[in-house]
Design a protein around this ligand. Structure first.
Ligand code: AMP
Length: 217
């Protein structure tokens, strides 16, 4: 299955992709993670991307499409993938269509996770992860059982994304509405858009996605 998880920052795309990839034997492809890895490696792409990301804006289509095109060549994607955070513009969506049609492939579904803006700021500014194993936490909704100690690996080091502050989140939401929301009608016209309610509990959102995926199997 080839899927896109679409939605504003903080909608739960990454959280849900991690849950769904295990059950359905798919691979999560997060362009945000790929760009953060490029920044950490000190590459030219990373240097170009850092300033843009810190400002809450979108990295250029050329850079992001290039990264995805390279990743799609890897041979671990035979059973399918979940694109998380890509495409984010109609230009990227058209490039993706071309990449897939060149390989005689097509998307199975675009799952749009619907969440109101007010909830997103609260969700994003409270989130952090274990620096060692990557488990996600939230100041209000998911604290470790023992304060300051990761439930999964016992590490005491945690990190927050540089762009998860209130000011940058507002810019990211603006970018979403201006540049990414037009993908909803784009995929609706193709008949593959499935919209689910992202305002409920994590398990319930996963259940809704499972229903969508079972419907296309
Ligand atoms: P994310 O981890 O998906 O929230 O992405 C974090 C940041 O990386 C975004 O705010 C953008 O600056 C950049 N980014 C990630 N994916 C894309 C994309 N498909 N197009 C442009 N910029 C992206």
């Amino acid at each position: 299955m080839k899927l896109i998880f679409l939605g504003p920052p903080g909608a739960g795309k990454g959280t849900q992709a991690k849950r769904i990839e295990q059950v359905h034997n798919l691979v999560q492809l997060s362009t945000g993670d790929m760009l953060r890895a490029a920044i950490a490696s000190g590459s030219d792409v990373g240097k170009q991307a850092k300033e843009v990301m810190d400002g809450g804006n979108l990295v250029s289509d050329d850079i992001v499409v290039g990264i995805v095109a390279e990743r799609l060549k890897d041979d671990d994607l035979e059973n399918g993938f979940i694109l998380d955070g890509f495409p984010r513009t109609v230009g990227q969506a058209k490039s993706l269509d071309k990449m897939l049609s060149d390989r005689s492939e097509a998307l199975d579904a675009v799952v749009s996770i619907d969440v109101d803006d007010e909830l997103l700021v609260e969700r994003i500014t409270g989130r952090y992860t274990c620096a060692k194993c990557g488990k996600g936490y939230h100041d209000m909704f998911e604290r470790p059982e023992t304060e300051g100690v990761c439930d999964r690996c016992g590490s005491t080091a945690f990190s927050r994304r540089a762009d998860d502050n209130a000011e940058t989140v507002r810019e990211r939401l603006k970018a979403y509405h201006a540049e990414t929301a037009p993908l909803l009608p784009y995929y609706a016209e193709k008949g593959i858009l499935k919209t689910i309610d992202g305002m409920t509990e994590i398990e319930q959102v996963t259940g809704q996605i499972d229903e969508v995926l079972n419907g296309i199997n």
